[in-house]
Design a protein around this ligand. Structure first.
Ligand code: 5GP
Ligand code: MN
Length: 397
């Protein structure tokens, strides 16, 4: 069975990275490994690289030690990629990974092709944090490490709601709760609490939504202009797609926002009968069966049209069931070069009914007008600026 200790042993210069636009699982898993190494390998020089993280995660131990620049001229004995389905997802940190003597990948994306020397990949795991938990001794998990792992699990499972949540996930969460972490606070402050601009842009995104394919597909798009007028950055849009997904009758929710270079970032969430990862991969992205993403080129109208056509084709084809046979549930092992990804695809289920050609929005309303951001009369309204130090995030990843 793979152990983090056996791979780390004897390494002096260790690098860690997660994916661009870090989310809870990415921040939690990278900081969990970072804190573990700082605690038990004090003689090693350990460096963690991430793009600027959302403020809600700054309470995690040693979050202030995360490096946001990639200028270091060090050579790594070992470089660890977490929550990345491919090296491209590492962004600028990919160069460190590619030049390192040894590499380790810990991940749960179905699209992961096991790109490292050592790979610990399990698409059935709720989160990368769950896999980090499995790689280290329970007794060596401090309260600080437990907070990181728990935070990542909460975010990738939608507070233990999504179907990626397993009995194992819950057992691990229970063990972490016994480490003395303030779990209601983590859930409330990192998952549910939203700033006022976030609440307002959520409202705008919901108003912008349109139904397609007889109501099986809901799509909402936010433009740069709208994001600017509400004072929000891409990292503040987390959770919008999940709100779209709970629309009655919808099988797939697509949320798109415009990047500064006028490409569109798409987030896909599916309820049933659609493989989100396949759609995302067809546009050069990736992810999981039920949650995936990609970046698309074209005008607002054309990206919606392309996406709806791809969704229609998926619906017509039918869903790929989530897992292979139950016994295939063992994560990939530690053996170097044992790089068979777990991507067995069972027979497709019954196709659904949507017609590919039906790509017209269901609702009759005209195109959404420019958003009217009216402030309540007679009260001082606060203009909310994007968070300090993160203006670059208005751009692309
Ligand atoms: P989100 O929609 O929250 O950005 O991402 C959903 C899932 O898809 C996450 O697991 C994320 O890592 C993955 N994902 C999102 N965008 C991309 C992308 O552009 N490329 C790849 N390979 N994966 C993505
Ligand atoms: Mn993840």
């Amino acid at each position: 069975m793979m152990r983090l200790d056996s791979i780390v042993e004897g390494k002096k210069q260790i690098g860690i990275a997660g994916h661009v636009r870090p989310d809870g699982d990415c921040v939690g898993s990278t900081l969990a490994v970072y804190n573990y190494l700082r605690t038990y390998y004090p003689q090693a020089d350990v460096r963690l690289y991430l793009e600027p993280i959302p403020n809600i995660f700054r309470f995690l131990h040693n979050a202030d030690e995360i490096r946001n620049t990639y200028m270091d001229s060090v050579h790594f004995d070992l470089f660890i990629a977490l929550d990345c389905g491919d090296t491209g997802r590492m962004g600028e940190a990919a160069k460190f990974f590619e030049e390192a003597d040894h590499t380790l990948c810990i991940d749960h994306h179905i699209s992961n092709q096991a790109f490292a020397e050592f790979n610990y990949i399990d698409p059935d795991a709720s989160s990368t944090c769950e896999l980090v938990f499995e790689l280290i001794d329970e007794d060596r998990i401090t309260k600080e490490i437990a907070e990181c792992i728990y935070t990542g699990m909460v975010h990738d499972t939608g507070v233990f709601q999504y179907s990626c949540t397993s009995a194992k996930t819950m057992n691990i969460a229970g063990i972490l709760m016994e480490k003395g972490i303030d779990y209601p606070k983590i859930v409330d402050e990192t998952f549910y609490t939203k700033t006022y601009p976030q609440i307002r842009i959520l409202g705008q995104a919901l108003l912008n939504s349109r139904l397609y394919l007889d109501g099986a597909c809901i799509v909402s798009v936010l433009t740069q202009e709208e994001m600017k007028s509400y004072g929000v950055l891409p990292k503040h849009l987390e959770g919008i797609v999940n709100q779209l997904r709970v629309t009655k009758g919808v099988q797939i929710a697509v949320f798109l926002y415009e990047n500064i270079d006028h490409t569109f970032k798409a987030s896909l969430r599916v309820n049933d009968a659609v493989n989100a990862a396949e759609i995302a991969v067809s546009f050069g992205g990736g992810g999981h069966i039920k949650a995936a993403g990609c970046t698309m080129e074209g005008t607002k109208e054309s990206v919606v049209e392309q996406m709806v056509a791809a969704v229609a084709a998926q619906l017509a084809k039918g869903a790929e069931p989530k897992t292979a046979e139950p016994e295939a549930a063992e994560p990939k092992t530690a053996e170097p070069k044992d790089t068979e990804p777990k991507t067995a695809k069972p027979e497709a289920a019954e196709p659904k009914t949507a017609e590919p050609k039906d790509t017209e929005p269901k609702t009759a309303e005209p195109e959404a007008a420019e958003p009217k951001v009216t402030e309540p009369k007679g009260t001082e309204s606060k203009t909310v600026e994007p968070e300090e130090g993160s203006k670059e995030e208005l751009g692309k990843e």
